[in-house]
Design a binder for this molecule. Sequence first.
Ligand code: B12
Ligand code: SF4
Length: 471
Amino acid sequence: MRIAVLSTYTHPTRQPIKEPSVMQSAVPELIAGLCPAEAEIELYNEKECEIPLDRHWDLVFFSYLHSYYEHTKVLSTLLRQRGIKTVAGGRHAGHFADDAELWFDAVITGEPEPNVPQVIADFAKGTLQKRYALTGNGAEDIQPYRWDLIDYSHNRIRLPGIEASRGCPFTCNFCVLTGHEKYRFRPVETVVNEIETRMTWNKNWFGMFDNTFIFLDNNLGGSPKYLRALCEALIPKKRIWGCALTFNILRDEELVRLMAKAGCRYIYTGLESLNPESIDHFHKGQNKISEVDEVIRRAFNNGILLSFGLLVGSDGDTNHYLQHLPEYLADLKYFSITFLGIVCPYPETPIFAQMQNEGRLLPGTCSRDYDGYTLCHRPKQLTTSETVEHFQRLCRELGTWGNIARHYATTLGSSSIPQYKKVILASGPEIVSIRNPIRNAQRTYIAGLDEIEDWDRKKLVELQIPRQMLS
Ligand code: B12
Ligand code: SF4
């Protein structure tokens, strides 16, 4: 049986751009790990390379985010026209299973581990069902990924990733996990054993990324006790790794030090805002703004590069706050890489329900708009054009070569822990990538006003596929 797993992608500029990056969707190698040993498997990640649509496969699994739905429906339809069976899964497919059923031969609404083998078994017998929702045993079911199928020549900076946990114990109102996923984790020994015996490493750049991996978890610190045990087990392995976790962990100096000792050199945290009113609106009480400076200092001094995500367009945002944001960031002792996005009311989140009930979704939004860089709602204290102007200006002001210099100047000397300086030096270019989403002067970045990609637009018409309208 010839199986393909396709992780689809469309660029925030809506131009046909590939953007290979350190973090990629790991769903292809996850699903490959659930396929029978005798299957012939091909994996394609559209963020890295084109998907060869003329290949012959028997069964194709699609993984996509909300904003890639229109594009993914086109790809699925083209493959189905050639007699290939297609299967959709993931958060969007789970939430909009009725819609997805129209464009894919089968839809998985549950976790992949119990469902993918069932889909393959049914397909082999010729009894593929429309919907799969088997429940399993949670995180314990996660199988080793097929890291051996990752082609590091497609993306020379990619790192292998592993999940230690799924879900998150917090309940931020804009997050796709809130109300859907409990926090659950895998046995520490299983995780460490897979890293040591199964993971394949990126050998590009004269081995610069060798022995380096990322935890894909939404929040590796969902249980501090678990994180401690994981770190203790990783200390003797001498690997280098990065992860995402929440502010409460960064406040615990002893735990931060333990993480550094265990090889952690990079942490991403959703700071979201430096404005207390916005933090309240996000229901993100774990973030203590008065401690931001201290927390950044602590991480860098222990040898960990800390980067933050900030969101523009919350109900707490004002013109004054957004105007002065670069100064607030400059006041922090260390310059920290800051990724910017626009608050996005993904359809399965509490904030979407709120915006819908209050009539604040912009008219004519379709799933393509829900990409985290397009304004889909009306903020309380800003007009739509003010919001996108602030967003674009901030991307331009933060993503500069001058800020790379500032990053190196403030953080390179903070720690002498092994590999720290290498990580800081390698992270510099990330700063200019903050501008990548806004590199299309033709886009307004306001939902309902910008056309989707040319190729997708034409194919939707030709194949008579409607857009999924969300307001
Ligand atoms: C790598 C990554 C990216 C990559 C690749 C995106 C991709 N295709 O996954 C890039 C850089 C493109 C990216 C971009 C963004 N991302 Co991102 N990203 C991640 C990250 C860190 C890891 C993804 C991953 O591989 N996870 C591991 C795999 C195994 O889990 P998973 O993808 O969640 O899939 C699970 C299920 O959904 C399901 N599943 C998924 N696909 C399929 C398919 C089948 C057939 C089946 C059966 C099951 C299945 O199985 C998995 C196990 O349960 C996640 C955090 C996370 N831990 O998931 C965020 C995450 C996916 N990103 C997120 C966000 C907000 C963004 C941005 C908006 C960034 C920003 N500005 O804030 C942008 C734009 C995204 C968009 N257009 O909608 C959100 C949600 C986005 C969404 N639409 O749902 C997440 C969940 C983080 C969070 N907690 O908020 N991201
Ligand atoms: S802390 Fe992060 S992963 Fe957890 S609910 Fe909030 S946004 Fe989602």
